[in-house]
Design a binder for this molecule. Structure first.
Ligand code: DGY
Length: 324
């Protein structure tokens, strides 16, 4: 190829990463950081050698039907890539990479934070104080639930699920039970005192806190539905830092309103960035705007991983994090 390959970044990335990407690409930035329309994305696939995407883009069959198609590489900024139609990308000969590992600890920290915030009523307490409604300490004021020693149930015992288990077990003395679709090497569970369960339902029945760490997309859509919410203990909390579509949000609202579970801590939503009004109205729900990997260190590391994959691809080598 003559000159640098052309690349389009769909959103604003950390400046340091954008500067490094500009060393290898003739780079088109998104200065306003507004989400790109389907038509603009399709145009990028017709004119760019690489499109560097994030979770807020819908790279569906329509976008990938661009004619002529110029793009050969999608470097996704994020570990989850259920927003990309992988089958169509493959069929059109496009390589897709993601950014595993570098966000594991950051996301696990946030899951732990949601567990603590939901159980100890942290969001509610802060709203109460800022509203000027706190009139002093009293023995029965805003009592939450104990976290230390309670059972944590993990659905999806991959890198992030195991990092949450490690924090919960070693930091909070929590017994951990988990369900993973494929068998997990014994060393993974032994080091964090975790016990495998034969089904999602078994985890839900045993846990005081259920934390979701499975991929989104068709295979896990509404994995936590009305029936599964009914399997959870009445005093239990549901934590979701995975993908919004793993939970049937309408069923979750019903379960919370009926007092069927004690509360929830959510970082992801079914129709992001829209959040169901029913959730916003409930005090026992902690709501964060998809911040799982949002630290300067991690977001920079994610960008550098995209760079590493792009460099490998455009110099004719196998990208280390190729997923399609
Ligand atoms: C991830 O890496 O999957 C985050 O959720 C952002 O996409």
């Amino acid at each position: 190829m003559m000159g640098k390959p052309k690349a389009r970044i769909t959103r604003r990335w950390p400046r340091k990463v954008e500067r490094r990407l500009a060393e290898i690409f003739d780079l088109e930035l998104n200065h306003d950081d507004e989400p790109m329309s389907a038509a603009a994305l399709q145009a990028a696939f017709s004119s760019m050698d690489a499109v560097l995407t994030t979770v807020s883009d819908r790279i569906d069959a329509g976008v990938l039907s661009a004619e002529p198609l110029k793009t050969r590489f999608i470097g996704n900024f994020g570990v989850g890539y259920n927003h990309v139609d992988v089958g169509t990308a493959k069929a059109r000969g496009i390589t897709l990479t993601n950014t595993p590992d570098v966000l594991t600890d950051t996301t696990a920290d946030l899951a732990m934070m949601l567990i603590l915030m939901a159980a100890r009523r942290a969001g509610e307490g802060e709203r109460h104080l800022r509203a000027g409604d706190w009139h002093g300490w009293r023995p029965t004021h805003m009592m939450g639930r104990q976290v230390t020693g309670k059972t944590l149930g993990i659905i999806g015992f991959g890198r992030i699920g195991r990092a949450v288990a490690q924090r919960a077990h070693h930091g909070f003395n929590m017994p951990v039970v988990y369900y993973n679709r494929s068998p997990v090497p014994p060393a993974y569970s032994q080091s964090v005192g975790a016990t495998a369960c034969g089904s999602v339902d078994e985890v839900l029945k045993r846990a005081d806190f259920v934390s979701l760490h499975c991929p989104g997309g068709a295979e896990n859509r509404h994995l936590i539905d009305r029936g599964r919410l009914a399997c959870m203990n009445k005093g239990a909390f549901l934590i979701n830092t995975a993908r919004g579509d793993v939970v049937d949000e309408a069923a979750l609202i019903e379960a919370l309103q009926a007092g069927q579970i004690a509360g929830a801590g959510l970082d992801v939503y079914e129709a992001e960035p829209k959040v169901s009004p029913g959730l916003c109205g409930m005090e026992n729900v902690v709501l964060l705007p998809h911040l799982g990997s949002a630290t300067e260190e991690t977001r920079t590391a994610m960008g550098m991983k995209v760079l590493e994959n792009a460099k490998a691809f455009f110099s004719g080598n196998e990208p280390p994090n190729r997923v399609a």
